[in-house]
Design a protein around this ligand. Structure first.
Ligand code: MGD
Ligand code: MGD
Ligand code: MO
Length: 778
């Protein structure tokens, strides 16, 4: 019997040891210092299976014949032809050269948004950008699908986006000092499983247990009851969903405090600017409507008494507001982030232990964790020769409207004319809204290159597909600014098929572009890992006098601890001495009324936080029979990753995703638990399995993201349960231009038609497209 070998490794959902016997994964053990490991670590075995992997480089047959003149309508339906690595990398390099020479580098889109694997060396999009920066540059993206509207508004009102990037009050302070906690959105172990770049110890539940033990009053404002663990015994306020309704509740609470004369005038004068604009709005100047509990109650469908009571409690106790990232992933997503800052300023506890406001707690597992003072490892993308970008979620707008103008953060900009798209480590047919619109936009570029271990829906719709290996097939290093560990990621199994590491792929392409030496700097994989680790280690030693083990000891042990600062109170120094610790805003203080926005005079992002009616919500006219769709993060996987693995399949029923609806709605629609249902609107339709549950508010349907996009038959009905065939693809506002995924109404009905099993359908399609990847050779 072969001996079992142990390989320390890490993924976005945690660190673990992989047990391998005779080249086969026989076990996965959680990291010893993790108090609440994610079950998802068991699902990594799925990577070793060839079923949905890209097994060799492939080129779409029409593109191979006609290159940029091919019929782009063939994407996703035309057969792929296997080619050698040498041929594939030559085709890619030639195409980069052609587009750069004929149209300029801004015509190459390499924003390539996506989570890829947690390794910071083989980080696919960083390596893509590094390669292209050596070859004249590319059009990239700013902000993320996670957070866009939020950071944009906070940059102008708090001077930077620290408060939504994990540097507001640490959770340990909230657990010890807060007396009233109002949670807008969620504080859920579901999302806290993940952290970009890996996580060593999942500590959310430890902090929540402490809150429960202290008997802290917790109010959960969310359409979904299990956005907080039930043992916390929170008061559930099932708000009528839509970001703007949360904004209304925040403004109503603030207005109620002002009406009672309980707002902290001293704080407003010393620490904020433009408060008079917000105060006037709350008092009804201009529109004649006083923003108070009764007003908010009408919009949110919550009891006015409870709102008024909570307003009193917020000023009488140490109170903290948390706002999930999900709230700004909706039209007018800037508003709840700004309104929460306005409410916290009226309360006047910003800068006090356990008081104030913070964003994104539990949205990722590291938000609210002790701050990592060290330098996390990362691959340099090198200097950018050109400065061309779009706000990340405007991808379809860009492809459909080259040369059109749009605004972003107060600037007027022009969409570039994209000829070549290169995606490495992301899945737009997972992450983008209104996928049928994306499919139309997808026919515009002449060439699309996708580099991914998996034959995703995006890879299926590419011209050139390059098989990257998964992190367990190569060596890497993990770490990030919200983690207290750096992890060694050992290669545990041989590459599947002909897959190569992201570094090896880009190294070959860079070589063919004549920039190989500048790309690899003469280092191989282990040489780079030593180098990247040394940068972090030297920095903490020099700057902080903190000792990390040398590389060999780190590699052997599998992890190194980073220096961290616990018990952090956000803006404590600013609160005490606002003049000496001025913020980087127009006034040096917290901006509650903005001169910048007053000049811009936008209707969708005004000079103060405001209630603005969204395009789609349950309170709109003519919306009877519609349901508000919440497409939240899936519990058993990361986005579309490991979609076929055990923890992901466990959440499906009848071979598709489950859509949660309230029993009263189910009864009215004649839907029973477990029925196949169809969700649709003007933008598209998908199937799902009904899960009838009173954990969701009436009028709301919750369908997690991440099912692999599986349009079927002639109608294109999506059969796996991908909510992005339904969602709205508009910017949050002219200012932030974030994604608006959560602003979405749908119709629901029992589905009587026959439908194929989504998994089988996908796999049959894949075999048809790839002729099982190589039995057939050109
Ligand atoms: N409706 C709706 N849509 C949403 C959201 C929502 O709330 N609602 N949330 C949005 C958010 S917050 C996000 S972050 C996005 C996520 O969107 P993505 O980040 O695009 O989603 P992933 O499924 O993580 O895609 C990562 C891809 O990288 C590939 N990959 C993994 N490891 C490697 C590797 O080592 N090398 C290479 N080359 N590739 C690799 C995976 O196979 C996968 O195809 O989705 C967004 N979309
Ligand atoms: N298991 C797992 N964890 C993940 C991810 C994953 O794919 N899988 N993805 C990670 C990523 S990339 C990100 S960015 C984060 C995202 O983190 P979040 O944005 O915090 O997560 P979501 O699940 O999208 O939304 C959280 C909750 O917000 C509530 N909500 C939605 N709309 C509204 C609204 O209008 N008002 C109110 N009050 N509440 C609302 C919903 O009930 C939802 O359950 O999650 C991360 N964590
Ligand atoms: Mo995200």
């Amino acid at each position: 019997m072969a001996a079992i070998r142990r390989f320390p490794h890490c993924s976005h959902w945690g660190a673990y040891t992989i047990l391998v016997e005779a080249g086969r994964i026989v076990g996965v053990e959680p990291f010893e210092h993790d108090p609440a490991p994610s079950p998802m670590i068991q699902s990594i075995r799925e990577w070793a299976k060839p079923d949905r992997r890209v097994l060799r480089p492939m080129v779409r047959s029409g593109w191979l014949k006609k290159r940029q003149a091919s019929d782009r309508g063939g994407r996703g339906s035309e057969r792929f032809v296997p080619v050698s690595w040498d041929e594939a990398t030559t085709l890619v390099a030639d195409e980069i050269r052609r587009v750069s020479g004929e149209f300029g580098n801004a015509s190459i889109f390499a924003g390539s948004y996506g989570w890829t694997s947690c390794g910071r060396f083989h980080h696919a999009s960083s390596l893509l950008k590094r390669t292209l920066n050596l070859a004249g540059g590319y059009t990239g993206h700013v902000d993320t699908y996670s957070i866009a509207a939020g950071p944009v508004i906070l940059r102008h009102t708090l001077g930077n986006d620290d408060a939504c990037g994990g540097q507001a009050n640490t959770l340990d302070m909230i657990a010890e000092h807060t007396e009233t906690l109002v949670v807008f959105g969620a504080l859920s172990p579901r999302t806290a499983q993940s952290e970009a770049g890996g996580i060593g110890s999942h500590r959310l539940e430890t902090h929540l247990r402490r809150l429960a033990q202290r008997g802290v009053k917790v109010v959960l404002v969310s359409p979904l009851r299990d956005d907080l663990p039930d043992w916390l015994a929170a008061e559930w306020w099932p708000i009528r969903p839509n970001t703007d309704t949360d904004t209304a509740l925040m403004l109503g609470l603030a207005g109620e405090i002002v009406k009672a004369g309980r707002h902290d005038r001293g704080f407003l004068v010393r620490c904020t600017s433009g408060a008079d604009r917000l105060l006037a709005y709350l008092e009804g100047d201009g529109d004649g409507v006083r923003k108070d509990a009764a007003w908010a109650a009408g919009i949110c469908e919550l009891p006015a008494d409870a709102i008024a009571q909570l307003a009193r409690r917020l000023v009488e106790t140490r109170s903290m507001l948390t706002v999930s990232w999900s709230l700004q992933r909706a039209q007018h997503g800037e508003q709840p982030f700004w309104a929460a800052l306005g409410l916290a300023s009226m309360i006047g506890q910003i800068g006090l232990p356990g008081g104030g406001v913070g964003y994104g707690y539990a949205s990722l597992g590291g938000v609210g964790a002790p701050l990592n003072l060290g330098k996390s490892p990362g691959m340099s993308q090198l200097a950018k020769p050109i400065d061309s970008f779009i706000p990340v979620a405007r991808i379809a707008d860009m492809l459909l409207n080259p040369g059109a103008s749009y605004s972003y953060e107060g600037q007027t900009r022009i969409y570039p004319d994209i000829r070549l798209v290169y995606w490495a480590g992301g899945n737009p047919y997972h992450h983008h809204q209104d996928l049928n619109r994306l499919a139309r936009a997808w026919t515009r570029p002449e060439t699309i290159i996708v580099q991914d271990p998996m034959f995703t829906a995006t890879a299926q719709r590419a011209d050139i597909v390059l098989p990257a290996n998964t992190s367990i097939e190569r060596n890497d290093i993990a770490g990030n600014k919200r983690s207290d560990f750096i992890f060694a990621m050992h290669r545990a199994i041989d590459p599947v098929g002909q897959a190569r590491s992201d570094f090896a792929i880009f190294d070959a392409i860079a070589g063919k572009l004549g920039v190989g030496e500048r790309f690899n700097e003469g280092r191989d994989e282990m040489g780079w890992l030593r180098h990247l680790y040394a940068i972090s280690r030297d920095d903490t030693a020099r700057r902080l006098g903190f000792d990390m083990p040398d590389f060999d000891a780190f590699w052997e042990q599998g992890y190194a601890r980073c220096p961290v600062k616990a018990e952090h109170t956000y803006l404590a120094e600013f609160r005490d001495h606002p003049e000496d610790h001025a913020l980087d805003t127009e006034s040096g203080r917290i901006v509650l009324g903005s001169e910048t926005l007053a000049k811009l005079d936008y209707a969708d992002c005004r000079a103060h936080p405001a209630w603005i009616e969204p395009a789609e919500w349950l309170g709109g006219a003519g919306k009877t029979g519609r349901f508000h769709l919440i497409s939240h993060q899936p519990v058993g996987r990361l986005h579309s990753q490991l979609e076929t693995a055990a923890t992901s399949r466990a959440m499906k029923r009848g071979g598709r995703e489950q859509a949660r609806i309230n029993p009263a709605d189910a009864e009215a629609l004649g839907i029973a638990d477990g029925d196949c249902i169809r969700l649709w609107n003007d933008r598209g339709a998908c199937l799902a399995t009904a899960q009838v549950s009173d954990s969701v508010r009436e009028g709301v349907v919750v369908l997690p993201t991440g099912a692999w996009f599986t349009p079927s038959g002639n109608s294109g009905l999506e059969i796996a349960g991908n909510p992005n065939v339904l969602t709205l693809d508009v910017g949050t506002s002219q200012f932030g231009q974030g994604c608006s995924a959560q602003t979405c109404l749908v119709c629901i009905e029992n589905y009587a038609g026959a439908s194929a099993d989504a998994f089988e359908y996908y796999e049959e399609k894949l075999v048809a497209l790839t002729a099982a990847q190589g039995r057939e050779h050109r």
